[in-house]
Design a protein around this ligand. Structure first.
Ligand code: ADP
Length: 265
């Protein structure tokens, strides 16, 4: 009571959802689901943007390694998406939550009518207290899985697009690292966490290395791009570690965690 109802988009990457063998990381998934369910019970609206379909699918298909060939990637995405939704449905079901799957591509939101339909679907689901779970529609698109530039970068950009489309208050990007550092902590032991960034410019991009972890794809660069477009639309963006799902409680309680990219207006 008296607490503002916040609309929060939470993005979780492959590196959080799968373990080093490419299997689903059930503990990580379960603790994420618990935190999101609790946060929704605290009168917030939550949209989850979840990656990991190709890695999970490849594993379920018993492929010896993550597929390189386009058609195999798309097949693995179709298998893995199904498995991920099955697990989400089951885990969220423990807490009496209903989930919905939304798959779309960059092309869909360049089309005004489709964009409006999508926004209306999100609005209706949230109104019904349903948790939309979003991924790129990998089996019909290749912007995410094939693009040289890694345009959506393991869904970082997709999560910003969703946050803007749904006029979210906050975008939380859960990564395999505690936040944005002054240099890549994987390469430099003395790297320092930057807890607040007001302005994203060339000097900020210079601090982010190339693509990230073996299982993730975007690295910090795509997270900065996502933060750039979302903050420009008045959305606070927080990058923090997916291993610590308690951070989600801190975020809704207005406590400092990870790196906050401050909204522009
Ligand atoms: P996810 O799958 O969670 O999206 P990624 O592997 O794509 O994660 O991106 C996170 C990785 O980005 C980190 O593990 C780190 O190695 C790398 N990185 C590069 N530059 C930085 C930086 N300045 N601060 C933090 N991480 C960085």
């Amino acid at each position: 009571m008296g607490i503002k109802r916040n609309r929060i988009v939470v993005k979780v990457g492959t590196s959080t959802l799968t373990n080093e063998h490419g299997n689903s990381n059930l503990r990580a998934m379960e603790s994420l689901v618990l935190a999101i369910s609790d946060i929704q019970n605290m009168n917030n609206e939550v949209i989850l943007v979840s990656s990991g379909a190709i890695a999970v699918g490849a594993n379920k298909m018993h492929l010896p390694e993550k597929p390189k060939e386009m058609r195999m990637k798309q097949a693995a995405a179709a298998v893995g998406q199904c498995e991920n939704m099955f697990l989400y449905d089951k885990f969220f079901g423990y807490y009496n939550k209903t989930v919905a799957q939304i798959l779309f591509n960059a092309e869909d939101i360049t089309h005004e009518e489709k964009k409006e339909n999508l926004a209306n679907t999100f609005e209706t689901l949230l109104e019904q207290n349903i948790i939309p779970i979003v991924n790129e529609n990998d089996s019909v698109s290749y912007t995410e899985i094939e693009s040289e530039e890694k345009l959506f970068g393991d869904n970082d950009m997709l999560s910003a697009v969703v946050a803007i489309l749904c006029r979210a208050d906050k975008l939380v990007i859960l990564s395999d690292i505690d936040g944005f550092y002054n240099k890549d902590p994987r390469l430099y032991k003395d790297a320092k966490l930057i807890s607040r960034i007001e302005e994203i410019d060339e000097s900020t991009y210079a601090l982010a290395g190339g693509a990230g972890s073996r299982r993730g794809t975007g690295g910090m660069r795509t997270k900065l791009q996502a933060a750039d477009i979302a903050t420009a639309q008045g959305i606070d963006v927080i990058v923090t570690n997916g291993k610590n799902t308690d951070a989600l409680y801190d975020i809704v309680n207005g406590k400092k965690v990870g790196t906050l990219f401050v909204a522009k207006k």
